[in-house]
Ligand binder design. Structure first.
Ligand code: ADP
Length: 248
């Protein structure tokens, strides 16, 4: 059990784009080892929230802390990634002509790669990370296959693997099951539950079957603020949530 305190703490975060307020005095507390789902209608501020966590967008107001020590406002996006926040965007960006193994190796932090001979002699730390990554994403049988020949689901899992090669502590997943078959969605849910054993996860998704399979706490965003928080059935029965979804 890795629940030992705060993974992420946002306090009073507002983001203004000119006169438009994409996040409105939002406070969010995520414990280490949690798997938090974020849902909400289009334009609710989900992407902006993920952008704030990775430093891509800076809060106009408020503060954001990662763990006990990292004030995200004081870190560059690179430093935030190095501190252990990793994000997977919706569209896979694997190198199609490269094998699964090469994609994973290229994703390892540059200073950890053995520059001249990483095909022949991989350092022990990277080998460990590679082994555990392949255990997680279950693509061991495909390591020599060019990534371009993988299915959509396999590409998404490979990309999660590429993220794991950087040894993140907090993983952000942007609509991980978009475009997946039911079977792929189920595999992705199992993958998320495996990742949860050693990571904190924040998942933005619309697919309620998937959310139901993985989530403990669901945060509902609307108009840049938290509308409701609770189990999936709690938030689905919340009147403000029902109104927001049906009112559109
Ligand atoms: P979601 O991911 O929940 O659909 P977003 O965070 O993408 O919501 O967007 C929230 C609101 O902020 C939207 O109305 C969007 O148009 C606006 N927005 C997002 N990014 C920018 C930007 N760079 N400039 C201006 N408005 C933006």
């Amino acid at each position: 059990d890795m629940r030992h305190g705060i993974a992420l703490y946002l306090e009073g975060v507002s983001v203004w784009f000119d006169s438009f307020r994409a996040l409105n005095d939002l406070s969010l507390y995520i414990e280490a080892g949690e798997l938090r789902c974020i849902i909400g209608p289009n334009g609710a501020g989900k992407t902006t929230l993920m952008d704030v966590i990775t430093g891509k967008t800076r809060p106009t107001k408020g503060s954001a802390f990662f763990g006990q020590i990292h004030n995200l406002a004081k870190l560059s996006t690179e430093e935030i990634a190095e501190a252990g926040i990793g994000r997977k965007f919706q569209k896979p960006t694997v190198f199609e002509k490269f094998t699964v193994l090469d994609n994973l190796m290229l994703a390892a932090p540059k200073d950890k790669r053995v520059s001249k001979s990483w095909f022949t002699r991989i350092d022990a730390e990277i080998q460990d990370t590679l082994d555990s990554t392949l255990d997680q994403i279950r693509l061991k049988d495909l390591i020599n296959k060019p990534a371009g020949l993988l299915s959509h689901g396999q590409k998404q899992w490979l990309e999660i693997g590429m993220l794991l090669m950087q040894r993140p502590k907090l993983i952000l997943l942007d609509e991980p099951v978009a475009g997946m078959t039911d079977a792929e969605t189920e595999h992705t849910a199992e993958l998320c539950l495996r990742l949860k054993k050693n990571h904190t996860l924040i998942v933005v998704e619309h697919d309620m079957t998937f959310i139901d399979a993985i989530s403990e706490t669901v945060t509902v965003l609307a108009n840049g603020a938290i509308l409701a928080e609770g189990t999936l059935s709690e938030v689905q029965n919340n009147e403000a949530v029902i109104e927001t979804y049906l009112g559109r």
